[in-house]
Design a protein around this ligand. Structure first.
Ligand code: FA5
Ligand code: MG
Length: 442
């Protein structure tokens, strides 16, 4: 599945299994207590059965709860604030670049659906709200899916002209070496006095990758803005981001950057920035001119502004040569000892342990979603699951039922696993899938 979650992600078609989801975590917990997976401790976290605990705060469960203790345990890790961790090193680099921006890095990950979606003008039926993609603590509360969830409250403070807000964000997603259900984003915000915009925002874009007309019918100026206002804010935004990325990748003298038109409910015009890295285009961030309604609602009617959201793992994987996103969560000294504050070094991989592939096939009910299966694998196998791929799918010509076959690649980051051990995990994955997703094993 694509990572273009807010912009171009295809609409998730299947919702009917949302009523199965709340049962998953409670059924898995007892199973995993006997299990040698890395997240055993988190699964054992005592919590009253009718509440979800996040950083010491308890939230009532309801029919929409789909977050598991494997995931909530991650909220305490705070990798972005851990000195000598690559995520923190990168965060500080960007903060050093945007010198006068106010740093915000301790916002609570449990946010209301108002903060995560409504305040950002997401429509009621926006696919980003789907429980297949978002971790619901309960019907009104989610683990933030992006740092934009805090835009309004930060703007309301009117404490600075610019902010850099870093936090862990949570998404139900596929499993592979570049996807993890938790990652880190940095949100940048900058506002200008609308009356003094020409003086505050004007930049020289000559010699940058910002070329030609900046605005188009498909990426429009907001009705609330004049074309000149939009142009000034847009150019200041992209000029700032290009400067930051060239500074980060200062060793790559000829780094190629391109701007792709994007759509976000909370900005217009909107862009994604991509860089050409070792022959392929890599999406680093989304950005745009903040919808004036958000500014108005946040007590900033006299100002206009821009915002960006960038993925720190994406950049850190490239800068530090980290091949697998699970490594960021490792507490293995062979990983952690390689990094120290302020230094960009290339990661020296320690030996890769052997992979073990196991397939599972089943008949699915209507409403089955690949992410629900991925969630079971995460809960049962923990970080032993390196990736899960759908390798076959077909519809029975008579019954119209759909059969799917997934291939799970099990590989520990720190030891060789025995075949027996993996077989046991695989048996549990099968069993839990059958009991919680209602699939018929083949
Ligand atoms: C957003 O999350 C928007 N909130 C960004 C934004 C902010 C737009 C402010 C406009 C104004 P998106 O889902 O594309 O957009 O994610 C932003 C960045 O996070 C991506 O460009 C990418 O670098 C990173 N990212 C997204 N999904 C993942 C993932 N699964 N793993 C790692 N990084 C990811
Ligand atoms: Mg994107």
């Amino acid at each position: 599945m694509t990572t273009r979650w807010l912009g171009h992600r295809p609409i998730a078609k299947v919702f009917s299994n949302r009523f199965l989801l709340p049962q998953i975590s409670r059924r898995i917990a007892p199973i995993c207590q006997t299990w040698p997976c890395r997240n055993l401790a988190s699964l054992n976290t005592p919590a009253a059965d009718d509440t979800v605990e996040i950083l010491g705060q308890r939230f009532p469960r309801d029919k929409n709860t789909n977050v598991t203790t494997t995931i909530t345990a991650k909220t305490a890790r705070l990798l972005h604030r851990q000195p000598n961790h690559p995520i923190n090193i990168l965060k500080r680099r960007i903060e050093a670049h945007f010198k006068n921006y106010k740093v915000v890095d301790s916002m609570n990950p449990a946010v209301t659906t108002q903060q995560n979606f409504d305040s950002l003008l997401f429509s009621a039926d926006h696919p980003g709200r789907a429980p297949t993609d978002t971790y619901y603590i309960n019907s009104n509360t989610v683990l933030r899916t992006h740092t934009s969830a805090h835009q309004s409250e930060v703007l309301k403070t009117r404490e600075a002209e610019g902010y850099l807000l870093t936090a862990d964000v949570y998404r139900r997603d596929e499993i592979d070496v570049s996807h993890y259900p938790v990652f880190h984003q940095m949100e940048g915000l900058r506002t200008f006095d609308r009356k003094n915009l020409e003086a505050e925002a004007v930049v020289n874009v000559a010699g940058t990758s910002i070329k030609g007309a900046v605005l188009s019918e498909t990426n429009p100026v907001q009705l609330a803005h004049t074309t000149r206002e939009a142009e000034l804010v847009d150019q200041h935004l992209r000029h700032s981001l290009e400067g930051m990325v060239r500074d980060l990748f200062r060793e790559e003298k000829d780094l190629e950057i391109r701007w792709i038109e994007a759509y976000f409910p909370f900005t217009s015009p909107s862009w994604e920035m991509e860089v050409l890295y070792r022959g392929s285009w890599l999406e680093l961030l989304g950005c745009g001119v903040i919808q004036q309604k958000i500014m108005d609602d946040a007590n900033n009617a006299d100002r206009v502004g821009w915002a960006f959201g960038l993925g720190l793992e994406r950049i850190a994987m490239v800068m530090f040569d980290i091949p697998d996103i699970r490594l960021f969560w490792s507490s293995d000294e062979r990983f952690l000892s390689q990094f120290s504050s302020g230094q960009i070094v290339k990661f020296q991989p320690f030996s890769k342990y052997p992979a073990c592939y196991k397939d599972v096939s089943f008949w699915c009910n209507q409403g089955f979603h690949d992410n629900d299966f991925a969630e079971i694998v995460r809960d049962v196998a923990g970080d032993m699951a390196e990736d899960v791929k759908l390798i076959d799918k077909f519809e029975h010509p008579k019954t119209k039922r759909v059969s799917r076959c997934f291939r799970i690649n099990y590989r520990s980051m720190d030891r060789t696993c025995t075949n027996e051990e993996v077989d046991k995990i695989q048996d549990e994955v099968r069993r839990v899938a059958a009991t919680t997703l209602g699939v018929e094993l083949r």
